[in-house]
Design a protein around this ligand. Structure first.
Ligand code: ADP
Ligand code: MG
Length: 304
């Protein structure tokens, strides 16, 4: 219903990134607690484009259960606020707070939701996400996994993206780092499949798969030069999971699978069938989640 910005009371910070801060806020009239992404309109055209894209994608994805839902927005001369359903955490924060790694069945459900969200964006809106990484994958307390952050998403033309608009360098696919013709970028959704592969290794091992790099340049060089990273041979992962991550991390994007093929992969097939109680797992590993008011004031590393 009709609401005003003054109906919202700030309860603490949930996160921040390149485009703005996300706050936990109480909608006083309904007593509902929501998440609000607040972005300043500086007048910078690049930034305006990010805000417009973020809003556009989130608004038109209202029918996808794997994408964070928008409840409404406020647009003033100086700010844009996107009001969203409140989620519990993102996987980046979760990894930092966990003392154990994330079990494979939970990763299976995360992968399934993320692939379905990306496939939905491509099939229904011809949109490529371009910033797939743990901090843009959210989890709620019922165990639902949803994709967020569409600031640098892009429209596909004939299934190809044609702008340089880069996501987080650490997750960039080889064909985006070193395009055949640097003046004319030309890549497709398989660039996001690579980023998903890197994300999965990070979730499974708890650390970024190119360790010891001191700069973006070092990471980018290693992505281009090294064999693609893989799950550690010694750890107890299923063959299906190993095979799935290996396929996502094919350096040659022409052999890297697209979403339809990924959705037919035995690893995802298994998690379409199998029940995994992600909510109970989360409640178990995060038994004393402090309130966001405390989280915002935290200084030292958090221990669950
Ligand atoms: P940015 O473009 O600045 O990266 P994001 O949309 O990714 O913005 O949000 C930044 C962070 O805020 C996320 O990584 C996540 O930790 C948190 N966050 C975003 N949306 C929500 C939400 N709906 N519920 C809870 N936390 C959220
Ligand atoms: Mg983000």
């Amino acid at each position: 219903y009709q609401s005003e910005m003054s109906d919202l009371k700030e309860l603490g910070e949930l996160g921040f990134g390149t485009s703005g801060h996300v706050f936990k806020m109480l909608h006083v009239p309904s007593q509902e607690v929501i998440a609000v992404k607040q972005m300043r309109r500086s007048g910078n055209p690049e930034e305006n484009k990010r805000i417009a894209m973020d809003l556009e994608v989130v608004l038109k994805s209202h029918d996808c259960p794997y994408i964070v839902q928008c409840l409404g927005c406020f647009i003033t001369d100086s700010e844009v606020w996107i009001c969203m359903e409140l989620m519990s955490t993102c996987f980046d924060k979760l990894l930092k707070r966990l003392s154990t790694s994330i079990p494979e069945p939970v990763i299976g459900k995360v992968t399934l939701a993320t692939v379905r969200a990306l496939h939905y964006l491509k099939e229904n809106h011809d949109v490529i996400h371009r910033d797939v990484k743990p901090s843009n994958i959210l989890l709620d307390n019922r165990g639902n996994v949803k994709l967020c952050d569409f600031g640098i998403s892009g429209h596909l033309v004939n299934s190809k993206a044609n702008t340089k608009n880069a996501g987080c360098t650490a997750y960039l696919a080889p064909e985006r780092i070193n395009p055949p013709d640097p003046r004319k970028p030309d890549y497709d959704i398989r660039a996001d499949v690579w980023s998903l592969g890197i994300t999965l290794l990070e979730l499974a091992t708890g650390s970024f798969p190119y360790p010891g790099c001191n700069s973006d340049f070092e990471v980018l060089s290693r992505v281009l030069q090294d064999e693609p990273p893989s799950l550690p041979a010694t750890a107890n992962f299923s063959q299906e999971f190993r095979d799935f991550t290996q396929a996502c991390l094919s350096k040659d994007y022409k052999v890297r699978p697209k979403y339809k093929k990924l959705l037919e992969h035995p690893f995802l097939r298994r998690y379409m069938e199998e029940n995994v109680d992600v909510a109970s797992w989360y409640a178990h590993v995060m038994p004393t989640t402090p309130s966001p008011i405390h989280r915002a004031n935290e200084t030292g590393p958090a221990v669950a």
